[in-house]
Each structure stands twice: as C-alpha cells, then as structure tokens.
Write a protein that binds this ligand. Sequence first.
Ligand code: AP5
Ligand code: MG
Length: 218
Amino acid sequence: MRIILLGEPGAGKGTYSSELVKKFCIPQISTGDMLRASVKAGTPLGRQAQEFMKKGELVPDSVVIELIRERIKEGDAAKGFILDGFPRTLPQAQSLDKMLLSMDISLSAVIKIEVGKAILLKRLTGRRVCKGCGATYNVDTMKPKKEGVCDKCGKELVQRPDDMPQTIENRLAVYQKDTAPLIEFYEKKGLLRPVQCEGEYKDVLGRLFAALEKVAKV
Ligand code: AP5
Ligand code: MG
C-alpha cells in the first residue's frame, strides 16, 4: 500500500502515521522529520532548510524532491510507504508521479485529514515532542504519564520551534496557498479519500482504518 497523508499542519499526520506503520508494516516517510534530523545533525542541507522552517515557509522543492527520490528506493519501502508531509506543492506531486512511473508503481490512495481550524490551533500549541526519540504528545489531548517526560524513552518533552503562534499562522497560510491545490489534483485522479479526523482518538483511527481497508481490497 502506498499512501499519502494530506492535511494541514497539526492535523495529525505524524500521529496517525505511527499507527498505520504498526497496522500495515510499512514505513512512514516524513519530509518534516527528515529535515529536522538534518537540522539537528548540522549538515549543509539542514542549515539551508532551517532558514525556511523557522519561518514556517516551505523548503525549496528541489531539496525535498531529492530526499524522497532516494528514500523511496530503500529496501523497507518496497512493500509500500506512508508519505507524511510530501508532496506539498504541485511540482512536488508531479515529480512524485514521474518517480513512481519510472519505478513502475502507483499510489493506492491520498487520505485527506479533515480538521477545523480551532482544533488545529489547539493541537499545535499543545503539542510536545520528545527530544530523544521524537514521540509526539499533547498537553491537552494526549498527555504523557509524567508531565514533561517521554513515556517511551524518559527524555524531556519540548515544543517544536515552529509551533509558536506567528509561525503557526504562516504555516496554515502556506498550506492554503501551496498545498490545498493538491486536493483537486488527486481528486481528479480518483485517489482522494477524505476522512473526518475530529473527535475521540479511537473513533478517528477507526475511520482511517476503514478508509484504508477499502483501498487495500481494491
Ligand atoms: P512537518 O513536520 O511536515 O509539519 P506540518 O505539515 O506543519 O505538520 P505537523 O508535523 O505540524 O503536524 P501533523 O499533521 O504531523 O500533526 P501531529 O501528528 O504532530 O513540516 C515542518 C516544516 O518542514 C514545514 O513547515 C516546511 O518548512 C518543511 N517541510 C516539510 N515537508 C516539506 C515539503 N514536502 N516541502 C517543503 N517543505 C517541507 O499532531 C499534532 C498534535 O495533535 C499532537 O500534539 C498530537 O498529539 C495531537 N493529535 C493528533 N491527532 C489527535 C486526535 N485525533 N485527538 C487529539 N489530539 C490529536
Ligand atoms: Mg508531523
């Protein structure tokens, strides 16, 4: 199964990806996580990306397209993958189409994660991530057992630098301008599966799995 999770910042792409990884045994490929790892490692790519990320702007298409081109060829992606945060512009989507065509494979579905703005803001401002393993929590909705400490590895939980109010507003605006056109792009291809992702977590997961099980049967 090859899936794209399309959704606004804070919609839950990363959170649901980790559930889908367990259920379908395919890797999550998150350009955001890959870029943050490069920033942390202080590579030239990381230093370039950081300038865009801290303002909530998109990193240039050429950079992320190359990251994905290499990553989807890796062995663990042969059975399928979950793309989280890629593509985010029409040129990225068109490049992905070409990459998949050249590998003689195709997408199974594009899950559109639907969440209203008030909830997005709450999810983003309340998000905390583990400094060690990157696990995600929320001070309102997904609390760790012990405040400020990761359940999985015991390291400190911190806010992402781009989760500050002004940067959040810019990220949401960038989504509307650059990424929302992908909804029509994938709708025309018959790949779009909208899933309402507000409400109880277990209900949201149930709706996501149901949408994907239909895809798996096709
Ligand atoms: P990226 O890391 O992809 O960030 P994003 O798209 O802004 O999305 P987020 O990671 O903020 O949100 P999410 O949807 O994963 O939500 P999460 O699961 O954490 O990108 C960061 C930056 O990198 C970009 O701004 C850009 O600069 C650059 N970049 C990345 N990809 C790029 C590309 N392709 N092209 C160019 N530039 C690129 O959930 C949010 C919170 O909600 C959490 O606290 C979670 O616990 C909580 N939560 C989730 N679901 C629920 C639920 N159902 N109920 C209650 N709480 C929930
Ligand atoms: Mg994420």
